[in-house]
Design a binder for this molecule. Structure first.
Ligand SMILES: Nc1ncnc2c1ncn2[C@@H]1O[C@H](COP(=O)(O)OP(=O)(O)OP(=O)(O)O)[C@@H](O)[C@H]1O
Length: 266
């Protein structure tokens, strides 16, 4: 990990009288996988949307590579947006387009490629996301949940982003597909040097993938750091989350994996 590439400072978000964030600060370091957790309604998705410029905060500042997306002239804003890939909670694929067309779309719309060039590149992204070439001709309605996530990931990677934002990437997947997705993320981060910010409820993802964890609660970041440091924070929600039965199971599973890998290395 090196410098800070995303800095959120003094963020405030309100919907009517509901204050979702107040004086929220968060830094994201280059090359890390940062997991954002928190109770339902704690504002994880709104935070993600504020960072990528889809939601204008009521106060505070979001800086990406030291620039404020919302105040940039259109051309520079588009340039900055191209450095970010986003995977939304439900995959958000176009149902009337094939898998390949879905992945090729940003390449045609934002990179100015013709359809043939875009399709060739989309094929590569499909493989990068671990999908077979024949999946390219299918429509989203004919894909399993795990495949939809991978197609959405391939599309998020279409423009070679430097940062990937993922909103609950493993939600709704069976444990085997979720674990495979976690490992794919790690492989892609290492191979492509990506920075990844992911919102998740999935403790296995936290233990498997994340370098650091940020916990949202009471309108701000309650704790941030290495998983062990955060898990030791004396906050009732954090204690329940990390040390309840699911937290312990995820921790044992991660320890088991490490021991298996150590044994395989010997
Ligand atoms: N467009 C909107 N209009 C009104 N209220 C909103 C809007 N978007 C989010 N909210 C409210 O802001 C709060 C935070 O929402 P958000 O989706 O960020 O929570 P979350 O932590 O991601 O929750 P979950 O884990 O359940 O997905 C919620 O109370 C939600 O109802």
């Amino acid at each position: 990990m090196t410098g800070t590439i995303i800095r959120v400072h003094g963020l405030r978000n309100c919907f009517g009288t509901q204050v979702v964030h107040d004086q929220l600060n968060l830094d994201v370091m280059q090359g890390e996988i940062l997991g954002i957790v928190g109770g339902s309604g704690s504002g994880k998705s709104v935070l993600l949307r504020s960072i990528i410029g889809l939601h204008r905060p009521d106060a505070g500042e979001v800086r990406l590579w030291q620039q404020d997306l919302l105040t940039l002239p259109a051309a520079q804003r588009i340039e900055l947006e191209r450095r970010m890939g986003v995977l939304f909670q439900n995959g958000a694929l176009f149902s009337s387009l094939t898998v390949l067309e879905n992945i090729a779309l940003p390449l045609v719309e934002h990179a100015g490629l013709n359809r043939q060039q875009a399709a060739r590149l989309a094929d590569i992204k499909l493989a990068l996301a671990g999908l077979p070439a024949l999946a390219g001709g299918r429509y989203p309605s004919n894909l399993s949940g795990g495949m939809v996530k991978r197609v959405a990931l391939a599309r998020a990677l279409a423009l070679d982003p430097q940062v990937l934002f993922l909103d609950e990437p493993t939600a709704g997947l069976d444990p085997v597909s979720a674990a495979a997705f976690d490992h794919l993320l790690l492989t892609l981060r290492d191979a492509l040097g990506l920075t990844v910010v992911l919102v998740t409820h999935d403790l296995d993802t936290l233990y498997t993938c994340c370098d650091r964890v940020a916990v949202l609660g009471q309108k701000r970041v309650q704790a941030i750091g290495l998983l062990a440091e955060v898990a030791a924070t004396q906050d009732p929600w954090i204690q329940d989350y990390f040390h309840g039965p699911r937290g312990r199971a995820a921790q044992y599973a991660a320890l088991g994996n490490e021991q298996c890998m150590a044994q395989a290395d010997n």
